[in-house]
Ligand binder design. Structure first.
Ligand SMILES: Cc1cc2nc3c(=O)[nH]c(=O)nc-3n(C[C@H](O)[C@H](O)[C@H](O)COP(=O)(O)OP(=O)(O)OC[C@H]3O[C@@H](n4cnc5c(N)ncnc54)[C@H](O)[C@@H]3O)c2cc1C
Length: 434
């Protein structure tokens, strides 16, 4: 199991169980044996924890709020969203198991059937099946949707479809919570937190349901030029909105007036206030492949952004840039802006040689004094970490900016950190959110 997942699972479990001993929840009374006390506590508490985790997960799915600035970029925001979603499923599983624990315990003969006197269980009895059904099916569906998001074998459009349903599912679970939540619990500390986060998440759901997520940053654009590149196209968009201002290395969601939801692409030209923006689009899957034949000059488009904090802004004296394949796109915005101010070594590895792009890189790097290291990995070995690290002048005054395959990035990050690079100085832009 992946270390992040184990950590997530561990945190949920500890969060759920610590209060049993620390706060002595579940102490037996004359009327209520320890089993029933603990069961009631676990059902209530795991329900609260699940709803808090789920609410935070939903809140982080909203691009609308300035959360990404605090979290270091939309990719980090979505990563946290993903782990909160997974944690919520573990926690909901715990909630469901706690709920069913009396059946298991009675079947095993551990406790005798109980005539309900406790108000919480009396309430559940009186609400009957509908409230329980909402919770039960809410759990099945949310677990299935999280699995779909997690298992990359499921196509992106299946993932997107299930994610469209999630806000409605969350609202049903809020209903389940309101039906079961004892009024006095709202006045407790966890109840107050739950009230705030579920309120925020409900607003977040409505923003998503009414398609308002990101609208503040959405602008009309037009395809001005299209050029072929290796296994893709270079597109120039004309954006008629002076408010659309971006930093080097940022990206935007771009739609081409078709049925497809906008896809993220790095802005691959330095910002000029002439409204022109260059994109480098690699044919990576169904949609990007179809764009190769269908996109036409003059076509209307839509751009939403900018997003991201892969913006080369720090006070390091030396920058190591590492790009692989289409991962070169964000660096194309920064060559002049950053290259003149810092000592930059740009490592670019590719499998398909694009002579025009290489000539452009060589010319622009030479002009600003960037050291360019090129490697065609279809005929040569990859850059090794040692080779890249050997160009570092002083590791504590350096930062690394990486955009390329995830595994390569992880290896490079591990080796740089081993060589004493502070972890916060390694920046990775991954071309995937899942
Ligand atoms: C921050 C960021 C910047 C990117 N910049 C570039 C770039 O400059 N040039 C480039 O060629 N590619 C870039 N990509 C990758 C690009 O978005 C995907 O290659 C493209 O969306 C694939 O779509 P598809 O339907 O053709 O392929 P599919 O096979 O359907 O998808 C392949 C993968 O692309 C991702 N993806 C697909 N659709 C979306 C979507 N609507 N929103 C988010 N992710 C999606 C998913 O991870 C999916 O698993 C970037 C991705 C991110 C996250």
């Amino acid at each position: 199991m992946n270390i992040n997942l184990m950590l997530t699972f561990g945190i949920v479990l500890v969060t759920l169980l610590v209060p049993i001993s620390a706060l002595q929840v579940g102490a037996a009374t004359l009327e209520w044996s320890k089993f029933w006390q603990i069961r009631t506590y676990l059902v209530n508490y795991s329900g609260i924890v699940s709803m808090i985790l789920m609410s935070m997960c939903i809140t982080l799915s909203v691009k609308h709020w300035p959360l990404e600035r605090w979290l270091g970029g939309l990719d980090k925001q979505y990563r946290l969203h993903k782990y909160l979603g997974i944690s919520a499923v573990f926690s909901v599983l715990f909630h469901w198991m706690s709920f069913l624990s009396d059946d298991f315990a009675m079947d095993l003969g551990y406790v005798a059937a109980k005539d309900e006197t406790y108000p919480f269980w009396k309430l559940i009895d009186s609400l009957g099946d509908p409230a329980q059904l909402i919770g039960e099916f809410g759990f099945y569906f949310s677990a299935a949707f999280v699995l779909i998001a997690w298992i990359k074998k499921f196509k992106h459009n299946v993932f997107q479809l299930t994610h469209k349903v999630l806000p409605y599912l969350y609202l049903l679970l809020v209903l389940h919570m309101i039906m079961f939540f004892d009024a006095s619990l709202w006045l407790s500390f966890p109840g107050a937190i739950l009230f705030i986060v579920s309120g925020l998440a409900t607003v977040g759901c409505l923003i998503t349901i009414f398609n308002l997520n990101g609208t503040k940053k959405r602008y009309k654009a037009q395809v001005k030029d299209i050029k072929p590149i290796n296994n893709g196209i270079e597109v120039t968009l004309k954006i008629d909105a002076p408010e659309f201002v971006y930093q080097s290395g940022q990206f935007a969601f771009v739609g081409f007036d078709d049925k497809e939801r906008p896809h993220p692409f790095s802005l691959a030209s330095p910002y000029h206030n002439d409204g022109n923006v260059r994109l480098m689009i690699k044919a990576n899957g169904d949609y990007t492949n179809s764009l190769m034949n269908t996109l036409a000059v003059g076509q209307m488009a839509q751009i939403e952004g900018p997003y991201g904090c892969f913006n080369f802004q720090d006070d390091a004296h030396q920058h190591i840039w590492f790009a692989a394949g289409i991962g070169i796109a964000p660096f194309l915005t920064a060559i002049e802006m950053v290259g003149k101010a810092k000592v930059v070594n740009l490592f670019y590895s590719y499998r398909e040689e694009d002579k025009t792009l290489l000539a452009e890189l060589q010319q622009r790097a030479k002009q600003v004094g960037i050291s360019l290291h090129l490697r065609n990995t279809s005929v040569e070995d990859r850059f090794s970490s040692e080779e890249v690290i050997s160009y570092v002048e002083k590791i504590t005054h350096c930062s690394v900016w990486f955009c390329g395959p995830s595994e390569l990035g992880k290896t490079l990050e591990r080796d740089f950190i081993k060589a004493n690079l502070p972890a916060r100085s390694f920046h990775r832009e991954l071309f995937e959110f899942r």
